[in-house]
Design a protein around this ligand. Structure first.
Ligand SMILES: *Cc1c(COP(=O)(O)O)cnc(C)c1O
Length: 368
């Protein structure tokens, strides 16, 4: 079976360096917020041309903490998409804030600026922030989204959990808006071997507050001047991430190369392939095709030894926990349309050319 993703291949590809990094931490005696986290934060910020980065315990926490620091509180509305990992919305809900869903653009799969404009007009006075998601590794239309948010004086958080190293107009994701949030879940483009996350930014204004909120609200040790949580990136994951970060550009190049090969090898009118935009560097966290016969294709691919996944089988507003009508006063036709048709083919940097060719052949053979 060709797997859909393969974090173990990432480990095996850098095994000696990763083992050495882990042993270094174990012998150091320092396991929480030490040198490894500090150095990783510096290196990760530089890689995204950010001013700084703050390591936290997960991507969900990164979004929650970013929103808290930007002043979002209970009852506040947060404009975001429903076609995303449920984590984006769980982070909003954990503050007691209310997700206000905006439809996606059919081509990019990311927040539609037109739909955002309508939502801003409709929810004026209720929305306190916007969370844009760079889904599948494709940058969202940040210039348009930022212009709209600025017109309403709303801060913008970027959910970059699927877009490490992606850029738009040559500028990396994460620092277009006010704060950028990353996840290091093992299957992400930059994955740890456990949970982890980070918030990046340019403006130093939020830095102290982010560091305080991730650790009990401490201003200095044992002095909590504000509310805080426990959401620390640990030394072991940070040491692993430093090794993995050195390979990120190469890994993203391989992902883009695999996408090119899929583009060439999959040629059928009933399949819509991921669009490319000249201004955007897509990093292919997922290679997502659309077809009306999605369920049939997925099953047939499995019979031919090719694993695939649906990201995501239900939009967030279709999940039992989030189907409250107050979140979704208008229809989300593009969102509901794409969730019924998307399919993510195998995509991981260590895929061999033979595997890529086998996936292309299987797709072509399995079409109805
Ligand atoms: C993975 C992911 C998250 C959550 O990250 P965790 O580290 O699992 O908490 C948030 N948003 C998106 C778009 C994701 O893909």
């Amino acid at each position: 079976m060709i797997p859909q993703s393969s974090p173990v291949s990432a480990y095996l590809g850098q095994r000696d360096e990763i083992d050495a990094a882990i042993l270094r931490v174990l012998g150091s005696g320092r396991y929480i917020l030490g040198n490894e986290v500090r150095e990783f934060e510096r290196e990760f910020a530089a890689a995204h041309r950010a001013g700084w980065a703050v390591g936290v315990a997960s991507g969900t926490d990164a979004i929650e903490i970013a929103l808290r620091v930007l002043g979002v509180g209970p009852g506040d509305g947060v404009l975001t998409v429903s076609h995303t990992a449920v984590a984006t919305v769980a982070a909003i809900a954990r503050i007691g804030a209310v997700p206000l869903f905006v439809d996606v653009d059919q081509a990019r799969y990311t927040m539609s600026p037109g739909s955002l404009r309508e939502a801003l007009e409709r929810t004026a006075g209720k929305a306190r922030a916007v969370v844009a998601v760079h889904l599948y590794g494709q940058p969202a239309a940040m210039p348009e989204i930022l212009a709209l948010a600025r017109a309403y004086a709303l801060p913008v958080v970027e959910d970059c959990a699927q877009a490490h190293g992606a850029s738009l107009d040559g500028h990396p994701v994460g620092t277009w808006g006010d704060l950028g949030c990353f996840s290091f879940y093992p299957t992400k483009n930059l994955g740890a071997f456990g949970d982890g996350g980070a918030v990046v930014g340019v403006d130093e204004r939020h830095l102290d507050a982010l560091r305080a909120v991730r650790e009990y609200g401490w201003e200095t040790r044992y002095v909590s001047r504000q509310f805080g949580v426990n959401s620390r990136l640990d030394e072991l994951q940070a040491a692993v991430l430093r090794v993995r970060l050195a390979a990120l550009d190469d890994d993203n190049r391989r992902r883009r190369n695999i996408a090119d090969l899929y583009d060439e090898g999959i040629t059928a009118d009933c399949i819509i392939k991921p669009p490319r935009f000249p201004d955007a560097k897509h990093v292919f966290h997922q290679y997502v095709i659309q077809t009306p016969q999605r369920d049939h294709l997925q099953k047939a691919l499995a019979d031919h030894g090719v694993a695939s996944l649906v990201h995501y089988p239900k939009a967030v507003h279709q999940q039992p926990a989030y189907d409250d009508e107050s979140f979704q006063p208008v229809a989300l036709p593009n969102t509901e349309d794409v969730v019924s048709r998307v399919l993510s083919l195998p995509m991981f940097p260590e895929m061999t050319l033979a595997q890529v060719a086998a996936v292309c052949a299987a797709v072509m053979r399995c079409l109805p």
